[in-house]
Design a protein around this ligand. Structure first.
Ligand code: TLP
Length: 343
């Protein structure tokens, strides 16, 4: 099977499995797991933030940050296709009592003007006050697009001038760093909190991290416990996370090259619309409407030939590259897709 459904499907490498088997562990609820502690210290160092916290999932990481930055009855400004808004099961409404003000941005990019237009701040009448801006880089459902540093900085400067915090859903921040040719610390710098995933392109079996000030992370730790996310000998997982953090970013350029090749090949197929120039990282989204087939039909056709890929709407398919898919698998996928579309 060639699995292009997501970069979450990667299997832990042999090195990760070995490190997991040998991990030194303790009870992390007591703060006594040395492997978790090392991972958190190392993440804080790499991101140049005061502190970090290991969390089971990216969704929990985002939700903790939304919880800590907001209060019930306030509003979060974010992009229309963002993960926090669309794919976290209304978690922010349930846990934080906030509403969302989604803003559509071309290629998933918000900017200072569009954010400014969406903020309710000290209005003259009764409006839902904005408490948080949440950005996403890379932007998953906008085809893995990358937010340039200058845009992030200008949004954060503006928000900070109004006393508003900015959270970054950096599930794939290492892909953004690879595409921009900058460190993740540079991308993270203007943000008050950052979440990133070890379990996506970096290949760890489980785990995400949040970063912020020491005070923020202490608070996040009690909320993690409250949500049932206080884990015990979780150094077993942190050991794989450490390898994901240190080694995996080096191989991301290959995933990006494979995604580009896939996009260029797909662009040549009859009835498919995509501009390969817009593919900057490891996510390829293309429109199949003019093939006369729905994404469900195409997914089914691909599955029969050993390729897994999902539609994100009746007309848009998403394919995600990762280290378990090599260049030969991409070429094979293109051949199969050509046949499925013709058939
Ligand atoms: N993304 C998953 C699905 O939920 C869509 C995927 O296959 O891409 N932020 C972003 C930008 C994400 O893409 C995801 C997961 C998350 C947060 C949540 O991470 P997890 O799945 O660990 O809760």
């Amino acid at each position: 099977m060639i699995d292009l459904r997501s970069d979450t499907v990667t299997k832990p490498t042999a090195t990760m499995r070995r490190a997991m088997a040998e991990a030194e562990v303790g009870d992390d609820v007591y703060g006594e797991d040395p492997t978790v502690n090392r991972l958190q210290e190392r993440a804080a160092e790499i991101f140049e933030k005061e502190a970090a916290l290991f969390v089971p999932t990216g969704s929990m990481g985002n939700q903790l940050c939304v919880k800590l930055h907001t209060r019930p009855g306030t509003e979060v400004v974010l992009e229309d296709r963002s993960h926090i808004y669309n794919y976290e099961m209304g978690g922010s409404a349930v846990f934080s009592g906030v509403t969302f003000r989604p803003v559509r941005g071309e290629d998933g990019l918000l900017n200072r003007e569009s954010v400014a237009g969406a903020i309710h701040h000290q209005g003259p009448y009764y409006v839902t006050p904005t408490s948080l801006i949440a950005l996403e880089n890379t932007h998953n459902m906008a085809g893995g697009s990358v937010m340039p540093l200058a845009i992030a900085e200008s949004i954060c400067d503006y928000a900070h001038s109004l006393g508003l915090p900015v959270h970054l859903d950096g599930a794939r921040i290492f892909n953004a760093g690879t595409a921009l040719g900058v460190s993740v610390a540079e991308i993270a710098r203007p943000f008050d909190s950052v979440m990133f995933c070890l379990s996506k392109g970096l290949g760890a079996p489980v785990g995400s991290m949040i970063l912020g000030t020491k005070e923020f992370i202490v608070e996040a730790k009690s909320w993690r416990k409250r949500l049932g996310g206080g884990m015990r000998q979780v150094g077993i997982l942190a050991a794989a996370g450490m390898i994901a953090l240190e080694d995996s970013p080096k191989v991301l350029p290959e995933d990006h090259a494979n995604a580009k090749r896939l996009a260029e090949g797909v662009a040549e197929l009859r009835g498919i619309r995509i501009d390969p120039e817009t593919v900057q990282t490891n996510i390829v989204i293309f429109d199949v409407a003019e093939t006369g087939k729905t994404t469900a039909q195409i997914s089914q056709g691909l599955l029969a030939e050993g390729v897994l890929a999902n539609g994100i709407s009746p007309r848009e398919m998403r394919m995600v590259t990762h280290y378990d898919v090599n260049r030969a698998a991409i070429d094979q996928t293109l051949d199969i897709l050509r046949t499925v579309i013709r058939g």
